[in-house]
Ligand binder design. Structure first.
Ligand SMILES: Cc1cc2nc3c(=O)[nH]c(=O)nc-3n(C[C@H](O)[C@H](O)[C@H](O)COP(=O)(O)OP(=O)(O)OC[C@H]3O[C@@H](n4cnc5c(N)ncnc54)[C@H](O)[C@@H]3O)c2cc1C
Length: 383
């Protein structure tokens, strides 16, 4: 078979072999190498065994949320669900919870619990004296019934205030437990997913930023900083960066900031913790505490794709460590970072045809770890 090569100004420096490898017409090009992009490529390859697939990534590493996140495998905490139920049609709230649950099952089956260091230590929601612990705990029976019919698990949520002192938390007046919530190691998870992609013969090119998409008959052309790539089908999985490339409404970038402590001797904190309707979250990892959130302090300022931390939010995160999480423990902060999420008025992701040959799969909200695999699969099925 003769391989057709497309040339452009930037490819003049490439060899015949390089052109043949990367500038032929692909069956599928995926834009974005986050959890959704990698899963979309894997799912498409599973259905189309001989498909030639290329993933284009603008960063030298994946640079949105998938390699920056906190590694919570959560599917819904009590105050978040109650708040959603007061704002969003009930059917859609349960559909989203189900999607997170199914997504986590899929991720675990693809990557393997051991490979991603999955641990089901429980998810705890903590309440201070200002917050609505009583209102939330009154609704546990109702939520447990719903969850039982949705995911087949009994008594998902319970009151766990007796454990506050075991974790050495301070200034907390109540705590709820989701016993099926787990946590994973983001580095191991993404590493294994990338390895699976390479094992299937799927190519990844980094430092390629796609700037424009054009449908030309049965082909899509992708204009990039390194010339034009061609493919029969395209999946755009760029989440919080959607507006840079797509004319799409209701997907906004949302920066999320995190810090991590140095290792702490005899750390008592174990599990995934949510505070203030999920605006703050913290967990143990490698004898350290990872804590993130605070976007609500500056929603306008955090509506950005600029990957940097700010003193306003980092100071608040540090203050929470001092007053609540590690109030009677000596700690030092080792590192701080930020990543970009994609959010909108609705919590459900957008998975739809953008044009004849292009499907987009964006708007993962704060739960892309949970839903990313399923969204990738659904995008592959659609394309
Ligand atoms: C700090 C932080 C903590 C989080 N914690 C959790 C958590 O604990 N649990 C959870 O479930 N979720 C969490 N999330 C959310 C989760 O990480 C995301 O929802 C998920 O990673 C989104 O995956 P994605 O593949 O859709 O997008 P991304 O991982 O953002 O991938 C998109 C990729 O597209 C690339 N790209 C963008 N534009 C272009 C272009 N024009 N051309 C080529 N490439 C492009 C980007 O560089 C990026 O690598 C967190 C997010 C952050 C930032």
């Amino acid at each position: 078979m003769v391989v057709k090569i497309s040339k452009n100004n930037n490819t003049a420096s490439l060899s015949y072999w390089e052109l043949k490898n990367y500038f032929k017409t692909f069956d599928l090009i995926v834009v974005g190498s986050g959890i959704v992009g990698l899963n979309a490529a894997l799912a498409y390859k599973k259905i189309n065994k001989n498909a030639e697939i290329l993933i284009l990534e603008k960063g030298f590493l994946a640079s949105g949320g998938s390699t920056k996140n906190a590694g919570f495998s959560c599917f819904g905490s009590v105050s978040e669900l109650l708040s959603d139920l007061s704002k969003i049609p009930e059917k859609r709230v349960w559909e989203t919870v189900k999607m997170r649950w199914e997504g986590l099952k899929l991720l675990r089956s693809i990557v393997g619990d051991k490979n991603m260091r999955y641990q089901e230590l429980g998810g705890f929601e903590i309440f201070d004296s200002q917050s609505n612990f009583e209102t939330c705990s009154d609704q546990l029976n109702f939520l447990n019934k719903q969850l039982h019919s949705l995911i087949g698990k009994k008594n998902t949520y319970s009151v766990a205030s007796d454990k506050i002192k075991n974790f050495r938390l301070k200034n907390i007046s109540g705590m709820l437990l989701n016993k099926y919530e787990g946590q994973l190691d983001t580095a191991f998870t993404m590493d294994k997913l990338t390895q699976l992609v390479h094992d299937k013969g799927i190519k990844i090119l980094n430092n390629i930023s796609v700037n424009k998409l054009n449908d030309i008959g049965n082909l899509a052309e992708l204009e990039s900083n390194f010339g034009v790539f061609k493919s029969k089908k395209v999946i755009v999985a760029i989440n919080g960066f959607a507006k840079d490339l797509l004319k799409i409404k209701d997907v906004e970038p949302a920066r999320a900031q995190v810090l991590i402590t140095k290792p702490i001797k005899n750390l008592k904190l174990k599990g995934a913790f949510h505070y203030d309707e999920g605006y703050y979250y913290f967990r143990n990892i490698d004898d350290r505490v990872l804590l993130g959130g605070g976007r609500n302090l500056d929603l306008k300022g955090e509506n950005t794709t600029e990957i940097t931390t700010t003193p306003k939010i980092q100071n608040r995160l540090e203050n929470l460590l001092k007053t609540m999480v590690l109030a009677d423990t000596k700690f030092e902060i080792e590192h701080r970072w930020a990543g970009i999420m994609g959010v909108g008025n609705e919590k459900k992701p957008v998975i739809r045809h953008y044009s004849k040959n292009v499907v987009c799969a964006v708007r993962m909200g704060g739960m892309g770890v949970a839903i990313g695999s399923l969204v990738g699969k659904e995008a592959a099925d659609l394309v």
